[in-house]
Design a binder for this molecule. Structure first.
Ligand SMILES: Nc1ncnc2c1ncn2[C@@H]1O[C@H](COP(=O)(O)OP(=O)(O)OP(=O)(O)O)[C@@H](O)[C@H]1O
Ligand SMILES: [Mg+2]
Length: 220
């Protein structure tokens, strides 16, 4: 765990900025000029229908995929990314998995890279921004609770955490801000309360219903 030090970003300092991100797959425009900012110590939820572009956005922000337009400004401490389809082989140990991927990534000294990763982190390298693509989708309630304890520790240490989910209640429970994306467009950026109001939800009403109305009114 990173100790909070003089070097840690002050709370609420901008940690990441994406501006006008465009991504095309052939004819399909998966992202149509998406912009957002994440600040240090902040949790952002990204919600939106299947195929909205959430995974593509995270991949571009993580640097795993090139955008066709726009800019991403990343923090000096780097961006950590847990992909939606986490490619680990359960019959291999953590070290064997790391070694395999170090080779697949054609790192020059795979053994050294693996040792360094295991050493620094005990897995997570305390990046300034953590991107989690549907992190809780396959977790049972107890595992989910444990997961959020770990994530909130990262936030307390000053990381910005951005996660995608189809669980609107989870977004409301854990995120300071909710981003709604549909068909490659960022439709909303604000608090869960503001989103409920934008979807004509009554205070106390399930946010999910308000989100469905919000999307429908905008043609999704
Ligand atoms: N490698 C690819 N080649 C072609 N089309 C792609 C590729 N990756 C994504 N797409 C398309 O881009 C759009 C956005 O996909 P993306 O996976 O980012 O959506 P998503 O919001 O993460 O969806 P889900 O909620 O199902 O995870 C979809 O229309 C998808 O079919
Ligand atoms: Mg996805």
């Amino acid at each position: 765990m990173r100790a909070v030090s003089a070097e840690a970003s002050p709370p609420h300092a901008p940690a990441l900025r994406a501006e006008g991100i465009v991504k095309r797959f052939g004819e399909r425009e998966a992202l149509r000029g998406v912009s957002f900012e994440a600040r240090s110590g902040e949790v952002l939820a990204v919600i939106g229908p299947n195929g909205a572009g959430k995974t593509t956005l995270l991949e571009i922000v993580a640097g795993a995929q090139e955008a066709d337009g726009g800019t991403v400004t990343r923090p000096p401490g780097g961006v950590g990314w847990v992909p939606q389809r986490l490619s680990v082989y359960t019959r291999l140990t953590v070290e064997e998995n790391l070694r395999l991927f170090a080779r697949l990534e054609k790192l020059e000294r795979p053994q050294e890279a693996v040792a360094r990763m295991l050493d620094i982190t005990g897995l997570l390298s305390n990046p300034d921004v953590v991107l989690l693509d549907e992190p809780s989708a396959a977790l049972d309630p107890r595992q989910r609770a444990r997961f959020w304890v770990v994530a909130e520790r990262l936030v307390q240490d000053g990381a910005a955490v951005l996660f995608t989910t189809h669980d609107v209640a989870e977004a409301e429970r854990h995120a300071d801000r909710v981003l709604v994306i549909a068909d490659g467009e960022m439709l909303f950026d604000g608090t869960a309360q503001e989103l409920r109001a934008a979807g004509h939800g009554e205070p106390g009403e399930d946010l999910e219903m308000a989100v469905v109305r919000f999307l429908k009114e905008r043609g999704h």
